[in-house]
Design a binder for this molecule. Structure first.
Ligand SMILES: [Cu+2]
Length: 352
């Protein structure tokens, strides 16, 4: 009821203001027709064009200053550098063109503002000008596209050279599971129809497949630094997307098919924790968390940096929290960790 009354009062106030404006306008009748902009109005608008330009540049500089620090730290994969270079140069070119054309647009808006008896300079037709503003974008865009295609082909080339580690990432609402090929580095066959939750066969591995026995199923992804990893992605239910931002990697997980992506991690978790950008981010986050702790709010434990696998497709109500920790470590640490894991056949035996 109160809400209804408030809305009613607001509507009445709005009507009152509208009516008063009309009365005010009627009382201001002048000899000249006020609907046509005068030289003074045009001059005023010309200066406003400049004011708006300053506003745009100002907000751009402010955003750079305030938000650059929330960007990702340096890429932790071999191809990540190429990806970042392409991204950086695309932005530099777009930014340069935007800055120049915006300034010209506003300058000419001011220069040729309406004035009695004044006419703007114009060409009805100019072949040379048209040639220039066509050929420059053509060359620049063709260059960007070719470079992009070259980079894309390199990054998306999944092959078996250099003895890659084979890892399956399995997506389901709302968590990730990883599977290693075990000692033989070959994944056993699997199908969602063979999933048997009661017997802990959560990924639907084919128990009769000799390759499946030594597979290792885990809830935390460990990767040895410097070794190429070939990922195979599966989804149990809907579209998910495996997103590993620090490695500049993303691949859709599609029910009923296997998708692939390959990358080589180059920086261990320990090393990344010492990266100045990461140190700074941890410091900022923990300052906020300390404040929360002081107020007795949840999510206030000190945070430590870890690589993370996220879902980047809105796949349902807990999508936001569909993640898995990734640990990049030395070969020895990785081997020791792998030693301590149960194989699929050990797991099955313990269930019987
Ligand atoms: Cu998802």
């Amino acid at each position: 009821m109160t809400t209804l009354l408030t809305i009613l009062v607001l509507i009445l106030v709005a009507i009152a203001i509208w009516q008063m404006t009309k009365i005010f306008e009627l009382s201001q009748i002048r000899a000249e027709n006020t609907q046509v902009a005068s030289d003074k109005d045009n001059k005023y608008n010309g200066y406003l064009m400049f004011a708006f330009l300053i506003f745009i540049y100002g907000i751009t500089i402010f955003s750079f200053w305030k938000y650059t620090k929330v960007l990702l730290p340096e890429a932790a994969s071999e191809h990540g550098g190429d990806y970042d270079d392409l991204m950086l140069w695309s932005f530099v070119i777009i930014f340069f063109v935007q800055t120049v054309t915006q300034a010209l647009l506003h300058y000419f808006g001011y220069k040729y503002k309406g004035e009695k008896g004044k006419k703007a300079l114009f060409y009805a037709d100019n072949d040379r000008l048209e040639f220039i503003w066509t050929i420059i974008p053509v060359i620049v865009l063709a260059g960007l596209i070719l470079w992009g295609l070259y980079t894309w082909t390199n990054i998306m080339d999944v092959n078996d050279e250099d003895d890659p580690l084979i890892v399956e990432l399995y997506a389901q609402q709302f968590n990730w599971t990883a599977r290693y090929g075990g000692a033989d580095n070959v994944l056993g066959g699997a199908n969602v129809r063979m999933i048997d939750i009661d017997r802990a066969n959560v990924l639907g591995l084919d128990e009769s497949d000799p390759y499946a026995g030594d597979d290792v199923i885990v809830k935390e992804l460990h990767l040895p630094v410097g070794r190429k990893v070939n990922f195979r992605f599966r989804s149990q239910d809907v579209l998910h997307s495996a997103y590993m931002p620090h490695f500049r990697a993303q691949m859709n997980c599609v029910p009923g098919m296997i998708t692939e992506f390959s990358f080589t991690p180059t920086i261990t978790t320990e090393e990344m924790r010492l990266n100045p950008d990461v140190v700074d981010k941890v410091k900022r986050t923990n300052a906020i968390r300390a404040e929360r702790a002081a107020n007795g709010e949840p999510n206030s434990d000190p945070w430590e940096f870890d690589y993370v696998l996220l879902c980047n497709k809105i796949c349902g109500k807990s999508h936001y929290n569909m993640q898995m920790k990734i640990i990049v470590e030395t070969e020895e640490e990785y081997n020791a960790w792998m030693e301590s894991q149960q194989t699929f056949s050990q797991l099955m035996a313990s269930m019987n």
